[in-house]
Ligand binder design. Sequence first.
Ligand code: HEM
Length: 550
Amino acid sequence: MCNPNHAAANAKASSLSSSATLSKTAAASLKSITKSELAAHTSPSSAWVALHESSLSSANTAPSGPTRHIVLDITSFASSHPGGDLILLASGKDATVLFNSYHPRGVPPSLIKKLTIGTMEPNSFTSFYSWHSEFYTVLKQRVIQRLKTQKLNRRGSIEIWIKAILLLIGFWYSLFKMYTTSTSTTFLPAASWSFSMGIFAALIGTNIQHDGNHGAFARSKLINKLAGWTMDMIGASAYTWEIQHMLGHHPYTNVLDMVEEEKKERNLDCKIEEKDQESDPDVFSSFPLMRMHPGHNPSWYHRYQHIYAPFLFGAMTLAKVFQQDFEVFFHKRLYHIDANVRYGSLNNVMRFWGMKIITMMYMVGLPIYFHGVGRGLALFVIGHFACGELLATMFIVNHVIEGVSYAKKNGNGEATTDDDRMVGKPKTMAGDTPMDKTRQMAYERINSSGKDKNVVPAVPFNDWAAVQCQTSVNWAPGSWFWNHFSGGLSHQIEHHLFPSLCHTNYAYIHDVVEKTCEEYGVPYQSEPSLWVAYGKMLRHLRCLGTTKIE
Ligand code: HEM
C-alpha cells in the first residue's frame, strides 16, 4: 500500500539516495563472500562492509526472493570519507543501520557501485529489522528540505561553538577553583566547585563529545575528532563509548536478542563471529543491579530498584571510567560487539592509556596533592556523582519510561510477513503495542476525510525508523532551552533518526518528524517536561522490578 501523493517526494529522495540495487547480471559477476571472510576485514589496511540491498533501493517493497547483502571494500575510500574514520566502525559487519541513519541526503549510487566487490551468501544475516517501507525515505527528504528552507547547517553552527567554549571554560575554571579553594576550615566551597566541575563534565559529554563522535559537531573531520576527544578529557574513553553507543545502543535501541540471552543463561559464550546478534547494551546499564528490559529475569532486589536507582545512577560515570573502559579494552569486546575496530590499533591503544594517565593526574592526583588523600578522593567522587546523576537523569528517561516499547529478537530472521512481524512486535510493559493504536488512528483519519483508506502507507512494526520512534521518548519538545541544555537529549526521537545532524537542529525539525509519524501511523511520544518524565521513569522502574511479560 503506497500513497501516490508520496511518490514524487520519494522519487526525489531516491535520486539523491543510494538506489544502487545491482542488476541481476551485474550481481552474477560478483564473487560470493562468506560471513567469516567479511569478519576478517576489520582493519584500516583492509576494511569491508556489508549493506542490505533492499535498504539501498528506492522501491522499498517487500522482497520476492532471499535477503541479499552487497559487500563494499572501503579501505581506500575511508581516508576521504566525509564522515571521517567513523566509517571504520562498520568494518567486518552488516553496516545497514549505520549506513542508512548517517546519510540523510543519501550517497551517490555511482560511489556504491564503484566500491562494491561482492555479495554475501543469501540470508547470511538474520536481522530484526525490515527495510521495506518508504517512511524513512520520505522523512529524510522532508527534514533535509526543512533545514534548507530555514538555512540551517546539518553540522554545528555558531550556536554550538559559543556553547562549547563556555562549557570548556566552566569545566577548567571549576577544576582550578576546586584545587585552590582552601579546605582547612570548611570543605563546602571546594566541594561546590567539584560539584560544578561534574555538572560541566556532563554537559561537555552531551553537548560536545556526543556530537563530535557522531560526526555532527563540525564539517571538519579534525574538529569532530577533537570534540569527540573531550570524552577522554573528562575521564572516560571515547572508543568504548563509540562501541557501546554507536554500534550497540543506536542500531538496536531497546532490542534484546533472546538467542543470546538463552545462551547466557546456559553459560555459553556468545561468539563474536555471530555478528548478527542484535542487543542494546544500554539496557544492560548497571546490570545486574537494575532490570531495564522486560526480557531480563527479575531478581528479588529489583522490586526496590526505583528507590536505589537515583543513587546508582550517580555512580554510573565512575563505573565507566574504572570498570567498563578496562573491561572492553582487555576483552576487546562488549557483549557481542567486537571492540577490535578501535582497540586493535596501536595508536588507539596509546591514546587510551595516555589519556587515562593524564586525566587521573588532574582529576585525582592534583586534588590529593592540594587537599590530602581523604579530601582529594572525596572531591573526585563528588564531581563524578554530580556528572553521573545529571547524565542518567537526562538520558534514561528517553528509553526506560512508561509508554515506551521494548523488542525481542527471537532468532527467526528478518520478518517478511505480518505473522513474522507479530513475533517481534515492540511492546510496552503493559503488553500493548502503541503502533497498533497510531496505525488505526491514521486509517480512521483518512477514512473520515472521505479518501480511500488504502492510501495510508503500511509501515512494518519492525521498520528500523519506526522502531526508533517506538523505543524512544522526547521531553520538553520544541524547547530551545532544554534542547541546548541537554545537548539534544530532549529530542531523542530526532536524534535516533538523524544522529549525524547537529543537535542544535532538533528543535527546528521536531514538528516535521511528529507530523510524518502521525501521517504514517508511527508512534511519537513526548513528555511535557523533564520532571514529568523523571517521575514516569521511576514509576516504570518500579513496575519493571516486579513484572515479567512474554
Ligand atoms: C559503508 C559505506 C559508506 C559510504 C560509501 C559513505 C559515503 C559517504 C558520503 C558520500 C558522504 C557525504 C554525504 C553528504 O554530503 O550528504 C558521507 C557522509 C558521512 N558519513 Fe558516510 N559512508 C559510508 C559509511 C558510513 C558509516 C558506517 C558511518 C557512521 C558510522 C558514516 C558516517 C558519515 C557521516 C557522519 C557523514 C557526514 C554527514 C553529513 O554530511 O551530513 N558513513 N558518507
